[in-house]
Design a protein around this ligand. Sequence first.
Ligand SMILES: Nc1ncnc2c1ncn2[C@@H]1O[C@H](COP(=O)(O)OP(=O)(O)OP(=O)(O)O)[C@@H](O)[C@H]1O
Ligand SMILES: [Mg+2]
Length: 218
Amino acid sequence: MPLIITFAHQKGGVGKSTLAVNLYGWFSYAGYNCALVDTDPQGSLTHLLAAFGTQDGRKSVPLIRRGEFGTYGELADKLGPFDIAVIDTPPYLSRELMDVLSISHAAIVPCKASPLDGLAVQHTMDYINEIRRTQNSALTAAVVMTMVIAGTEFTEQIRAHLIASGLTVLQAQIGNRVAYARSLLKGNSVKAEDGGKAWAEIEALGAEIVDLLNRSKL
Ligand SMILES: Nc1ncnc2c1ncn2[C@@H]1O[C@H](COP(=O)(O)OP(=O)(O)OP(=O)(O)O)[C@@H](O)[C@H]1O
Ligand SMILES: [Mg+2]
């Protein structure tokens, strides 16, 4: 069974698909046999990869699409040959999301660095905590601040508020960068973008998620 990392948030447009593609890219470049799974009926990743493919000559992305598996037990079977799976999910809380989280090892909740988004994240984390309590005690969960605008103080205020509410907030944070939007056009990672600044953020995010997973096993 591979390590399964799922991006989830009931809000749309917070960067779930973007971070899923880039984390997939990070694991692949590190030499892991990583799968990318699109469980979103919008099929954002499926459409993107079909439209643009990978434009940098690398091997094609092993994308598992919604519709290629019936139950989430079947998905787990499909993931058998992989070391790691990164799962993208739709922007709402559903029975299906519950099923995905019940086979996941980490749930990562991207939180846009704006005050209203800081409030919205709590509800998704409550939902994840309920799944941890009732179905999957091995699930670890954390918030990642994303679309952070350089030089804004309120990111730290939101981070402090979330931590004070008992949530785990990763140190790694993702900037508001055109490079991330561009990376989606390549169905790929930000490695070659923005002089490496965005990739450094993804590296820090990946390393911290791995660390979180290691610590949760203790
Ligand atoms: N760090 C970032 N900096 C700048 N733009 C970003 C960043 N992350 C995502 N975006 C842009 O924000 C938009 C929403 O991102 P994305 O589609 O990844 O969100 P999502 O949470 O998957 O949305 P949905 O819930 O609708 O599936 C996209 O246009 C994307 O290019
Ligand atoms: Mg999406």
